[in-house]
Write a protein that binds this ligand. Structure first.
Ligand SMILES: Nc1ncnc2c1ncn2[C@@H]1O[C@H](COP(=O)(O)OP(=O)(O)OP(=O)(O)O)[C@@H](O)[C@H]1O
Ligand SMILES: [Mg+2]
Length: 279
């Protein structure tokens, strides 16, 4: 049985200035060690959910539990220590003048002892493959490198969960790949439970499980294979279909049958190559 690290139970949230619920009766579990991608059209409530999970705002209805703690004003600081957040804009996340200062900043705020701090800064930066950049000035880094440092700053605080809210959306393809590879490794080493909120379907395809939000509600959940086989329905929900899935469909329409639905271009190319072109 998988262990739930986060539970949302009938959560609703309405912004003061708004006459509609940004989230309405949202219930789901997030399991220990999984990579969950949350997708949905603009305004479907994804960032609102991230803010609720981190206790930046509190639901008017329903309950959120994180690592066994019910989220309320008494537990919010404990829960914030359990959840790290990385946001969209790599340039808005730096406070230090060097990479190591930046990662150390959060630790200093938590009063972590100097020896432990030095070790944790180095260790966190090594985990995101930025160990060579300790004394670099952040503005000299690429977008992907900056986001990896932002992830290291989160790791240094040893949270159980990391939320990436569109953390790759301002990056070029290479930066995006670097960040996703980092996330994949962290997940593989069982360091963190990962929640990635994303418009990037190739990113969502790498997750273990997906939740599709629609107008403030959970529309459906499933593995990326299950979700992307919904096809036209996703387009009606304001989402797209990953390129390899579209290609697979186009091949089938031309009478070229594939053995499965591919979510990665490499796998699709391999099957085409071995089954059709290499005979
Ligand atoms: N500070 C705010 N005040 C009032 N309404 C807000 C506020 N922030 C978000 N909303 C509204 O709440 C709803 C959900 O917004 P939210 O930012 O959670 O969506 P999202 O899924 O993250 O969208 P995007 O994909 O554009 O980031 C939208 O209707 C939005 O207009
Ligand atoms: Mg958002």
């Amino acid at each position: 049985m998988e262990k739930a690290v986060v539970t949302l139970d009938n959560v609703s949230y309405q912004y003061e200035e708004s006459d509609q619920f940004a989230l309405q009766d949202v219930s789901f579990d997030i399991y220990e060690g999984e990579w969950l991608a949350i997708v949905g059209h603009n305004g479907s409530g994804k960032s609102t959910m991230a803010k609720l999970l981190n206790g930046l705002q509190f639901p008017q209805k329903g309950e959120i539990t994180v690592c066994g703690l019910k989220l309320n004003e008494d537990t919010v600081w404990k829960i914030r220590a359990l959840i790290g957040m990385v946001f969209q804009n790599p340039d808005n996340q730096f406070v230090g003048t060097t990479v190591q200062d930046d990662v150390a900043f959060g630790l200093e705020n938590h009063g972590v002892e100097r020896d432990i701090m030095i070790h944790r800064v180095k260790d966190s930066l090594e985990k995101v493959k930025m160990g060579q950049f300790l004394n670099q000035e952040p503005h000299h880094l690429s977008g992907g490198q900056k986001q990896r440092v932002a992830i290291a700053s989160v790791l240094a605080l040893r949270p159980s969960i990391i939320i990436l809210d569109e953390a790759t959306s301002m990056l070029d393809p290479r930066g995006r790949e670097e960040v996703l590879e980092t996330v994949r490794l962290l997940k593989e080493e069982k360091i963190l439970t990962v929640i990635s909120i994303t418009h990037d379907l190739e990113e969502a395809a790498k997750a273990d499980r997906m939740i599709v939000m629609n107008k403030g509600q959970v529309y459906c959940e499933g593995t990326p294979e299950e979700i992307f086989s919904m096809d036209e329905e996703l387009i009606r929900l304001g989402l797209d279909i990953p390129f390899p899935v579209k290609m697979g469909k186009a091949f089938r329409e031309k009478g070229i049958e594939l053995s499965k639905q591919y979510l990665s271009e490499e796998e699709l190319v391999t099957e085409l190559w071995t089954s059709y072109f290499n005979k």
